[in-house]
Design a protein around this ligand. Structure first.
Ligand SMILES: [Zn+2]
Length: 349
């Protein structure tokens, strides 16, 4: 069945209704919050044994510290509490802790076999936090299944002596993303968020895989697409301007398109303005808390980030805002308060 002939997931109507009259709020950085927990190797592996649901065992001899996605299985309450803190700070949309939950990214940790469990558990943990927050204040919350770029690029050679070489193919990515998105849907995601896109070809594989997953699930989830400007000339790593990027992903008819990561809000502004001028769908911006210092930490305060993001709203450039690296629940609370007086951008016909 063609993807657009499938029935829409139930969350879409509610999301559209909310987006009509206010700017939606996305959560902040999971990684920054996990760092503050000061977890050890033992915490990551639950004492050396990684168990999936139903006591499925995932043997691995790789060190797991830093494999943040694994905590959805081994420290689910800690991850749920981080999601809950973001939800109570004002986030409408919670991103699952699944940025690296593909066989391609988990190969670094020898945990390819855990990918299905990581995505199901990642979505379930976020779902529990979302439902807890809704029970507390009555506001709907939405779970966005987060799909990262993986650590390989399909359009650029990593070997300067062999420009034709590719470390990953479109079909490898399509298969890996399909496994991930099946798990995210099974775990209860409302949307699929393809984010931190540095290579548009990787994203196109994720879009294709999402359509195939939707066909298997029998319903179409809204897709959010978020690119990353990594080049001083205002392009993605694969060389596209924001306008070119939009035209490369428009066939997905995404619920939103936007930018995240790499830049603080001030540097992101002209690129968001460009997307806003060309894309007839919702615009989503979630910058980092400024640029990292010499130690890789982000120093921008909640108020500083919020003031800049409020500028996007004041100019009528955005429909969804949140934070990427370095943003805490305090940043999200400040952003939600700062954009509240402003109407969402009018989506061009
Ligand atoms: Zn980031």
């Amino acid at each position: 069945m063609l993807p657009f002939a499938l029935p829409d997931a139930p969350a879409l109507a509610t999301l559209r209704a909310v987006a009509e009259h206010r700017i939606l709020i996305l959560d902040g950085a999971m990684g920054t919050m996990i760092q503050t927990l000061g977890l050890s190797e033992e915490d990551f592996t639950d004492g050396g044994h990684v168990h999936g649901p139903g006591c499925r065992h995932h043997p691995t001899d790789h060190p797991q510290k830093g494999n943040n996605d694994l905590l959805s299985l081994t420290r689910p309450k800690a991850i749920e509490d981080i999601h809950f803190a973001f939800a109570m700070a004002g986030a409408d949309i919670l991103e699952t802790n699944t940025f690296s939950s593909t066989t391609i990214a988990q190969a670094d940790y020898g945990l390819e076999s855990a990918v299905h469990d990581l995505n199901v558990a990642g979505a379930q943990v976020a779902r529990r936090a979302a439902d807890r927050a809704t029970a507390e204040d009555g506001r709907p919350r939405f779970v966005a299944g987060a799909v990262g770029p993986t650590n390989r690029t399909a359009s650029i050679s990593p070997d300067v002596n062999d420009p034709g070489y590719r470390a990953v193919s479109f079909d490898d990515l399509r298969t890996a993303y399909g496994q991930q998105i099946d798990g995210l849907i099974e775990g209860g995601s409302d949307l699929i968020l393809i984010e931190t896109i540095f290579d548009t070809l990787n994203a196109k594989a994720a879009i294709f895989a999402a359509f195939e997953s939707f066909a298997r699930a029998g319903r179409r989830l809204p897709i959010m697409i978020s690119g990353t400007i990594t080049d001083a000339s205002g392009r993605t790593l694969s060389g596209q301007t924001p306008t070119a990027f939009w035209h490369s992903v428009a066939h997905a008819r995404p619920f939103s398109v936007g930018l995240n990561c790499a830049l603080g809000a001030a540097a992101m502004r002209p690129h968001i303005a460009e997307l806003s001028g060309v894309a007839p769908t919702l615009i989503c911006a979630y910058p980092n808390a400024g640029l990292p210092n010499a130690f890789g930490q982000y120093d921008e305060t909640a108020e500083q980030t919020a003031e800049q993001v409020a500028g996007f709203a004041q100019e009528g450039l955005v429909n969804i805002v949140g934070g990427c690296c370095g943003t805490t629940p305090d940043h999200i609370r400040a952003i939600a308060e700062a954009v509240a007086p402003f109407a969402p951008r009018t989506v061009p016909a």
